[in-house]
Design a protein around this ligand. Sequence first.
Ligand code: URA
Length: 184
Amino acid sequence: MLDALRRECLSCTKCGLCETRTKVVFGEGDPHARVMFVGEGPGESEDRQGRPFVGRAGQLLDKFLAAVELERDKVYITNMVKCRPPGNRDPRPEEMASCGAYLERQISLIGPEIIVCLGRVAAGALISPDFRVTKQHGQFFQKKDYEITGTFHPAALLRNPAQKPDAFEDFLALKARLEGGRRE
Ligand code: URA
């Protein structure tokens, strides 16, 4: 099912990003993952390789995952938009709206217990338009079928490493939640 959705997405022309993309970055990971990470949109390396979070930000994400002993292939990683916004600009609301149907179907097929929004763009779209990462990171919100939380985007942490300890706390809390204990 997820494969059929991937095939459909790979030939998508629903928004203008299809004109400038090299590869569609559908997402990857465990199709039954308990946790889904949602970033903003592919960057240059992702656009070239067709895989999410494989550039410098992705390497930092990998380090956080490893630090809390979450294996990358046991989680699912995707983005709000599946094609690279030119020059890495923020995805536009209409682009996220047309791509949103893919994300919704990914969420319902995978059925995660927890969704982690990586950064302001995903948290603004999936949690609340007023979400402030610096103030509300690490808080969990109950949605119908899953819990959702937001943390710093790894690219933001590369620009501002002083926030890394706060982000690490969020990953620890995530891990604890998955293990059943709650670390508020
Ligand atoms: N930044 C994102 O938001 N997503 C990626 O896949 C890579 C960098």
